[in-house]
Design a protein around this ligand. Structure first.
Ligand code: NAD
Length: 321
């Protein structure tokens, strides 16, 4: 089997490779050629940790496997290591034998950023100039960096619940040679695209903070109870997602559905837009919203790409099984 440890991955995985892998697997999901297994997530009663598995099978790419991991809230304070920890295991779909073990931390950030970027490519107005960020934590920097590489934005604006974190966004904008402006939530009216990526359990972005024609990528809500945007915003928008089952149960759509503002049948997998079986944006005034909850197949697709590169350039560790 092939082992690609966490420490090697930043040098092996490019944002472009993540984007290609995620776009392709979203397409396969919508075509019915790839599916995610039910997610397991358990509070293990030790270190306040949440641990679980996200898995799936992509018949087109012949990728089978799972990501095991979760959230250990005391890691950083007690041990100086990051709180999110995960590892991906890949298996030969013909035999069930394990083929690879890949560090899952860095790739999770890149595959999550790739998902919002795929939505921007397929759903944002082509003349979008201003990107607005809600959130300025670890994932937010990956999100904005990937978005700036996907589309020719001219300015970054941002709001964060903890304003002292906003320099994280300013730094990424500066690296891309773009101006950054801190705004209040109504100031997000000026954004053509908004990415939300917070760990909030109450909405920050309200329906009247968003202008007609905006594309919103909601990336932080990945658990029952979390919420970043007002449910009324989903009622105003045309709603897309990575996977309908996750969007309607653990994503932003869970709240709009609970309030009877949206039906699961109103939510379209982004892969349908990629495949051309759904028209996507139909006017410059339409608000589009992508509910990105994060599916196991994203992790597997990106891991398979990493293994290919690591084998090609000789950095992979090979061990007999
Ligand atoms: P982080 O701890 O680095 O940052 C948290 C962010 O949330 C910060 O901007 C913080 O100011 C903000 N925040 C905290 N409390 C808030 C509140 N009450 N109201 C509004 N904002 C608040 O976390 P991170 O690693 O950047 O992750 C952000 C979120 O993204 C988490 O919820 C995580 O579970 C989620 N996530 C989703 C996916 C996916 O595929 N969709 C993947 C990875 C992480």
């Amino acid at each position: 089997m092939t082992i690609v440890p966490e420490g090697l991955i930043p040098d092996l995985l490019t944002r472009d490779a993540s984007f290609q892998a995620v776009e392709k697997v979203f397409s396969s999901m919508a075509a019915g050629d790839a599916y995610n297994f039910p997610v397991v997530r358990e509070a293990i009663g030790h270190e306040d940790a949440l641990y679980g598995f996200k898995g799936g099978f992509d018949r087109t790419g012949q990728v089978l496997g799972l990501k095991a991991g979760g959230y250990w809230p005391h890691n950083l304070d007690k041990r100086g290591i990051i709180n999110h920890q995960s590892t991906v295991f890949l298996f030969d779909p013909d035999t069930g034998r394990v083929t690879a073990m890949v560090g899952g931390n860095y790739l999770t950030a890149l595959r999550t950023a790739a998902a919002s970027s795929v939505s921007i490519k397929h759903l944002a107005r082509k003349d979008a100039k201003v990107i607005g960020m809600v959130g300025a934590g670890h994932q937010a920097t990956f999100q904005v960096r990937a978005a700036l590489e996907t589309h020719a934005f001219e300015k970054v604006i941002g709001w964060n619940y903890h304003p002292e974190m906003l320099p994280n966004l300013a730094k990424v904008a500066e690296e891309a040679g773009l101006p950054f402006e801190a705004v209040d939530l109504p100031g997000l009216h000026d954004a053509d695209v908004v990415i939300t990526i917070t760990s909030s359990f109450a909405p920050s972005l309200m329906a009247d903070h968003v202008s007609p024609g905006t594309h919103i990528a909601c990336m932080g809500t990945d658990t029952k109870g979390k919420q970043e945007v007002e449910a009324a915003l989903l009622a105003r928008a045309t709603v897309f997602c990575d996977e309908v089952a996750q969007s309607t149960t653990i994503g932003e759509a869970q709240h709009a559905i609970a309030e009877n503002l949206l039906d699961a049948s109103d939510v379209t997998q982004i892969g349908a837009v990629i495949n051309g079986t759904h028209p996507g944006r139909s006017s410059d005034d339409q608000i589009t919203l992508f509910d990105g909850t994060g599916v196991g197949l994203q992790d597997l697709a990106v891991s398979a790409a990493i293994v290919d590169v690591a084998l090609e350039n000789g950095t992979a560790i090979r061990v007999p099984i």
